[in-house]
Design a binder for this molecule. Structure first.
Ligand SMILES: [Zn+2]
Length: 341
């Protein structure tokens, strides 16, 4: 098969489009012909070696896979060649305390497709059958791949962790990102009022198109102050945070009483101070959130099929041009949305 292979960590020149041995499905696994693989921030960190785990090299990145089952290994039931599937990113053990509770996203011994095992920057990929969720009618490969990790993460943050409810105000930080663009839509679907921040007019326009009721250019305005103005000094009920140190303080200050800040990332820095007085006098909750479960992936895909969630796709590129989105990111230091191929 053809694959884009990472031979050593570093710049985009370390990604090589080449022939690579076909994988074969083991016990309980299927062979998937990758039709579309989303590009995620995780890929960038993996390529540069800025991840906490050891990446076995040479490595095939790509965590958001949609494709067709082309062969099944021994002991696979319910999946047949020809079925279109989304591949859940996290390989869970199925036996630990958390897996038994259905919280496979926080499995004690899990590994990630595209990080610790080969992912979808290839024509073929072997994956456990239990990770493959059949694509509902009306969901394209590209829609699935654009939502499998970032969209699912946003769902888990808002629905499961922060428990956002109809009528609440939700602030979404960085609306132009994969998590941000999904979070706006999910919050609107839940019946919330949405305030979104972004750093360019183009991204603010996208946020409006996705349903944001109020948008704030965080480069020009102090977004916590704008939030107070928009909410008549009350503050928001939920902040969807994934930027980290650069926005943390203002994100906390944008919360109203009983406010919940839910976070899934910290690309701008892992350390941020917490004003304990504010935390207890305003009954603020700081909530961590990590990926999403396979059950939630099924829910999210169904909503895409119903036309109620719309994955944002920047570009669709052939596998051979997998380096291209990275060069765009290095030019702009951010991205409008999530390229896929
Ligand atoms: Zn487990």
């Amino acid at each position: 098969m053809k694959a884009v292979v990472l031979h050593e960590h570093g710049g985009i020149d370390r990604l090589r489009y080449q022939d690579y041995p076909d994988p074969s499905p083991g016990v309980g696994e299927v062979l998937v012909r990758v039709r579309v693989c989303g590009m995620n921030h995780l890929d960038l960190l993996t390529r540069e070696g800025r991840v906490a785990t050891r990446v076995p090299l040479p490595h095939i990145m790509g965590s958001e896979v949609a494709g067709d089952v082309v062969a099944v290994g021994p002991e696979v039931r319910g999946l047949d060649p020809g079925m279109a599937v989304a591949v859940a990113t996290r390989l869970a053990c199925g036996r630990c305390e958390y897996c038994r509770r259905g919280e496979d996203n926080i499995c004690l011994t899990s590994r990630a497709i595209g990080l610790e095992v080969h992912g979808g920057y290839a024509e073929l990929m072997a994956a456990p059958a239990v990770n493959c969720v059949p694509l509902p009618a009306g969901v394209s490969y590209r829609q699935s791949a654009a939502f499998t990790l970032a969209g699912l993460t946003a769902w888990h943050m808002l629905v499961t962790r922060a428990r956002a409810r109809a009528g609440e105000d939700v602030l979404v930080i960085a609306a132009g990102s994969g998590v941000g663009s999904a979070a706006i839509q999910i919050a609107k679907l839940l019946g919330c009022r949405v305030i979104a921040t972004a750093g360019s007019e183009e991204k603010l326009r996208l946020a409006k198109e996705l349903g944001a009721d109020c948008v704030i250019n965080h480069r020009e305005q102090a977004f916590d102050e704008e939030v107070r103005r928009f909410t008549d000094k009350r503050g928001v009920d939920v902040v969807v945070e994934h930027v980290g140190a650069a926005t943390w303080d203002r994100s906390v200050k944008a919360l109203g009483k009983n406010g919940r800040l839910v976070t899934c990332g910290a690309h701008t820095g892992l350390q941020a101070p917490v004003e304990i007085w504010r935390l207890f006098t305003r009954q603020i909750s700081l909530i961590g959130s990590y990926l999403g479960t396979r059950g939630e992936l099924t829910e999210v895909l169904r909503l895409i099929g119903q036309g109620r969630l719309h994955p944002v796709i920047h570009a669709l590129l052939p596998l051979a041009e997998a380096r291209e989105p990275y060069s765009q990111i290095s030019r702009t230091c951010s991205r409008m949305s999530r390229p896929s191929w």
